[in-house]
Ligand binder design. Structure first.
Ligand code: FAD
Length: 382
């Protein structure tokens, strides 16, 4: 059975690893990605705040040596979900099972003034460039602002505001600074009231202005003000934006999307095209756009493919569960666990924030890199 996986992010790496672990050389998996390596979303914050250098968090796909998996570094140019055929710059691939795991593309240029007058920290390039910008920032009015819905990793803007507080404090620049967090949501993490409450307490304690229920619709770089969706303006010296998210253009052109994202069966992750699955940020499955959910969905698709290949009934179903580590600053991390089931209110719990979870978060990343890339990470952690 020929399995073609488009995208080697959280979803694609987990799925290809599972199939290789199960079938070894007997697997026939092609994994396509245009990038030369993988970077965890949370590593972007590490680099931006000067806690790591880019080389430490970049995992080259050249290191992926998995029996039965061929990694092809190339751009996907077209997807034909009816015939399960894709065109890439490296040629065409035909599949028996096709899995779209191409994530969400980011469009800083879709927000007027953002490219000219602000910064964004959601792309790898944007976050890495901010390392130097922050290092030379003398303090002033900082805005962390969301420009549209949906956006990946809903806790990331809150984490960024808290880490910015740490960063400015450590450099003696906090007193001459303000930090504002502009979010379209009513609370920081709506599916987790306990995590939202803990974040609101931390914002209040650290003097972070929480501005819920509105978006940043543009920047006026000449006047250095952010234009908010409620008609108000907010002056800034440093703007850190969360850019507009969309499916990659090749997905849009494939005809698989409805209202911007690929709809899937929430239990099987299969699209309306038989034998074609979508996992992770590219779909509208109903969970937040986050790596842990992409990974959980990939595991279910893996189980279903494995059952299909073994001639079993393939009854694995997606349970909508994900656990995120939440940076609280002050060397503390919290553990947020949430489950999303169709037709039900999300439920979950919060542990921490606590110093002990810092090591657990490191182990979360290390364990993925061990399985996906076959090497230890970070250096010195076995
Ligand atoms: C600042 C920040 C912090 C985050 N922190 C966390 C966290 O702590 N925990 C968590 O779970 N999630 C976190 N996330 C979210 C997480 O990074 C994403 O939700 C996750 O990577 C989605 O996985 P995916 O497999 O759907 O897509 P991705 O991991 O985005 O992978 C998609 C892949 O498709 C490739 N691709 C796209 N278009 C093409 C094309 N045309 N041709 C070939 N290849 C293509 C891309 O190169 C990419 O490698 C964070 C995100 C950010 C920005």
């Amino acid at each position: 059975m020929r399995v073609v996986i488009l995208g080697a992010g959280f979803g694609g790496l987990e799925l290809s690893t599972r199939l290789s672990e199960e079938f070894g050389d007997e697997a026939d998996v092609v994994l396509v990605d245009q990038a030369d390596g993988f970077v965890f979303g949370f590593s972007k914050l590490e680099v931006m705040f000067g806690r790591a250098v880019p080389d430490q968090v970049h995992h080259p796909y050249a290191d992926v040596v998995k029996p039965g998996v061929r990694f092809v570094q190339s751009t996907v140019r077209s997807i034909d979900p009816v015939n399960k055929r894709v065109e890439t710059d490296a040629g065409a691939f035909e599949a028996d099972v096709l899995v779209v795991a191409l994530g969400a593309d980011l469009h800083p240029d879709a927000t007027p003034g953002l490219v000219e007058g602000g910064n964004e920290f959601y792309t790898v390039a944007g976050a890495f460039a901010l390392r130097d910008v922050l290092e030379s920032f003398e303090g002033g009015r900082v805005i962390v602002g969301v420009t549209s819905l949906p956006f990946k990793c809903p806790p990331a803007p809150s984490e960024t505001a808290l880490l910015m507080d740490d960063f400015l404090t450590a450099r003696g620049r906090r007193e001459q600074s303000t930090i504002s967090l502009v979010m379209p949501l009513p609370v920081p993490i709506p599916p987790s009231p306990a995590a939202s409450e803990a974040l609101l307490v931390a914002f209040a304690e650290r003097g972070i202005d929480w501005l819920p229920g509105r978006l940043v619709s543009g920047l006026d770089p000449a006047r250095k003000v952010a234009l908010l969706s409620d008609g108000s303006e907010l002056p800034y010296d440093l703007f850190l934006g969360i850019p507009v998210h969309r499916v990659p253009a090749v997905v849009e052109a494939s005809g698989m999307t409805v209202d911007g994202w690929i709809p899937v069966d929430p239990l099987t992750l299969e699209t309306s095209f038989p034998g074609v699955y979508a996992v992770g940020d590219v779909s509208s499955v109903g969970t937040p756009k986050a790596g842990v959910f992409a990974e959980g969905q990939a595991a279910v698709v893996a189980d279903r493919i494995i059952a299909l290949m073994r001639g079993d009934d393939g009854s694995a179903q997606y349970g909508g569960n994900g656990m995120c580590w939440l940076e609280f600053g002050h060397d503390q991390v919290a553990k947020v666990d949430v489950t999303f089931l169709p037709g039900q209110k999300p439920f979950g719990n919060l542990e921490g924030p606590a110093y002990e979870f810092v090591a657990d978060k490191v182990e979360f990343g290390s364990s993925r890199i061990r399985r996906w890339f076959g090497r230890t990470w970070p250096a010195g952690v076995s």
